[in-house]
Design a protein around this ligand. Structure first.
Ligand SMILES: *Cc1c(COP(=O)(O)O)cnc(C)c1O
Length: 341
């Protein structure tokens, strides 16, 4: 097949992101790791620079999700996440941009509190984008709470559209099949052969889209998700399920090859959203060597994972490894105390 992902271009998509995002070297970080047995060439794919409301990986998913919402005549978008959800913040920005109302079911899932956590960073921006915030305790079932809210809105004559945690369903994950195509073309133009793409994986849509996309385009590329949830088996299961759905929607032949899903554990720490020493070290090193901002919940733990894999001799010196920067820097402020020297 010359255009294996051609079906993507027949699916409704609302432009929201600045694309393509840059693909840049992380030369000084690579140099600093040279004590390790074998250091690959490291590139960073700047999906922290997707442009909408401080950017991040959810904007690619929202291009497909918001197109679906508009096609269904929605006037209100409902989504859900933790108090410092980057997905929720990007959804609130997308809704504002498209003139839709936005209602948010936020749960206190992370045992990390204080005024910085509950008032600054992403939640501050949700409110600035005009979204209505509904705060719930950690035990609340997010799908149930969204459905209850949708019922209330329907009774008031509204047409709500629900987006699950992380925008991770088959529609949202298409955004990362498209990203695989963008990245493969960019690497070609830079004469780089990608051995692996490494990124933080949580609700699974990013890894599902990327893994399905590369399995169709260039099966030699390994997509390595770093578990940040401390539930690697559940995350891997969700990635396989979503990648299978993406594969079928794109009309790809056979079934999605489930053995393509690689989920690396060992870097999440105790729980989702709780800081680790390795995360703090990765965030500080990347800031000080590259002037590049990672985040405490996702990309900092993912970079700790990449550094750990390099130190374990996972890659050859002639390999090119792409770190997919999924964003999240707004959470640096609520987590201020976790990042001090
Ligand atoms: C949501 C998010 C991820 C994880 O992406 P999933 O598609 O949920 O697996 C990674 N990094 C950041 C910064 C995020 O906000």
């Amino acid at each position: 097949m010359t255009d294996p992902l051609g079906t993507l271009r027949t699916i409704e998509r609302r432009p929201l992101a600045h694309l393509p995002t840059p693909l840049e070297p992380l030369a000084r970080l690579g140099e600093a790791l040279k004590g390790s047995r074998s250091v690959p060439k490291i590139l960073v794919k700047r999906d922290d620079c997707t442009g909408l409301g401080l950017g991040g990986n959810k904007t690619r998913k929202l291009e497909f999700l918001m197109a679906d919402a508009l096609a269904l005549g929605a006037d209100t978008v409902i989504t859900t996440g933790g108090i410092q959800s980057n997905h929720v913040r990007q959804t609130a920005a997308a809704a504002a941009r498209l003139g839709l109302a936005c209602e948010l079911v936020l749960t206190r899932v992370v045992p990390w509190g204080g005024p910085d956590y509950e008032l600054t960073g992403n939640i501050q921006l949700d409110r600035l984008f005009g979204a209505k915030v509904h705060l719930h305790d950690a035990e609340t079932d997010r799908a149930d709470a969204m459905e209850t809210l949708a019922e209330t809105l329907r009774a008031a004559g509204k047409t709500p559209y629900m987006i699950p945690t992380g925008g991770s369903n088959a529609i949202g994950a298409l955004g990362y099949a498209a990203a695989a195509e963008e990245l493969a073309a960019q690497a070609d133009r830079q004469d780089a052969r990608i051995a692996a793409v490494v990124h933080a994986s949580s609700s699974g849509g990013t890894q599902a889209g990327l893994t399905a996309g590369f399995a169709a385009l260039d099966p030699a590329v390994r997509v390595i998700g770093i578990d940040v949830d401390a539930h690697p088996a559940e995350v891997a299961g969700e990635v396989r399920r979503l990648a299978g759905e993406v594969w079928n929607r794109l009309g790809l032949p056979g079934g999605f090859p489930h053995d393509k899903v690689i989920l690396q554990s060992g870097y999440a720490g105790q729980a989702y959203g709780l800081p680790t020493e390795a995360m703090r070290d990765a965030v500080q090193r990347t800031a000080r060597l590259e002037g590049l901002l990672l985040d405490p919940v996702y990309s900092g733990k993912a970079m700790a994972g990449l550094i750990g894999l390099i130190e374990a001799g996972e890659f050859a010196p002639e390999d090119t490894v792409v770190f997919l920067h999924t964003g999240g820097a707004p959470a640096l402020f609520p987590y201020r105390t976790a990042l001090e020297d």
